[in-house]
Design a protein around this ligand. Structure first.
Ligand code: HEM
Length: 238
């Protein structure tokens, strides 16, 4: 092989390498992953974000502010040292530097100035390290009439329904329950209808009398599905 031919091959290889490097440099960086946003959440719903459901990030609340801690999975993931904090409000536990169940909560009663100082340092660390994704709100109480307002007739209100007195925000299922949906359940208590697989308005109530074992099983399945899919926002009273 002549030296000129070898030199030509070397130049061609160098040119290809150069083009590759240039392309790699000029290609845009991949888009940043979308930030998780939860919004208002009750302590009951927060508990589902304990790291054991792969479709939900582990979350921790400190003084009512909810943080996504999935970037510290080695601390908060299932079986990891601080998994007890995942899905919980932990202000008191942080102040006491405790992982005990009895110290989980937002109650700061009786803490010493040193413990409150430790909490403030921990809050600053959470702010630095984790994204703020929502806030803890109290479980609201609804009368049947108040629940009824959330039936989709006022588009400015979220859609709610209640199963055995537990009120779920079903807005993300509005294709089923909204004004254009096929199911008449928004704004109603639906335990009996769900157990019977009925869409009759007369079955939209919480009377479980006379239901068979299989029908009670249906209801349990629905509750499992709703706990998984929809946030709990309140309870039915009166
Ligand atoms: C011929 C009868 C029915 C068929 C073929 C049918 C089919 C379906 C399908 C395909 C879905 C969507 C499921 C999904 O995307 O996860 C759905 C949702 C639903 N169905 Fe039916 N359905 C029937 C009757 C009923 C009845 C009698 C009830 C009364 C309890 C009912 C209650 C619901 C509810 C509540 C949802 C929405 C669940 C959610 O929020 O994710 N369905 N149905």
């Amino acid at each position: 092989m002549s030296p000129l031919f070898l030199a030509l091959i070397a130049v061609a290889v160098l040119a290809v390498v150069f083009l590759f490097v240039l392309r790699a440099r000029s290609s845009p960086a991949p888009p940043a992953p979308e930030k998780y946003q939860l919004g208002d959440v009750t302590v009951e719903t927060l508990r589902l974000y304990n790291g054991y459901d792969w479709s939900k990030p582990p979350l921790v609340a400190v003084k009512g502010k909810v943080y996504d801690v999935s970037n510290k999975y080695e601390l908060y993931g299932p079986g990891k040292p601080k998994n007890a904090y995942a899905g919980r409000e932990v202000a008191r536990a942080l102040a006491l530097d405790s992982l005990e169940e009895k110290d989980l909560g937002a109650d700061l009663e009786g803490l010493t100035p040193e413990q409150l100082q430790r909490l403030e340092e921990a809050v600053a660390e959470f702010e630095r390290t984790h994204d703020h994704v929502g806030q803890v709100v109290p479980l609201r109480e609804f009368t049947a009439a108040q629940l009824g307002l959330h039936d989709g007739s006022d588009p400015s209100l979220p859609l709610y329904l209640s199963i055995k007195g537990v009120v779920y925000d079903i807005t993300k299922g509005k294709q089923y329950y909204g004004p254009d949906g096929i199911y008449p359940f928004a704004g109603k208590e639906v335990a009996r209808a769900f157990a019977l697989f009925s869409t009759e308005l007369s079955d939209c109530n919480d009377n479980l009398e006379g239901l068979s074992y299989a029908e009670m099983d249906n209801l349990r399945d629905w509750i499992g599905k709703f706990n998984y899919k929809y946030p709990i926002v309140g309870k039915l009273v009166g």
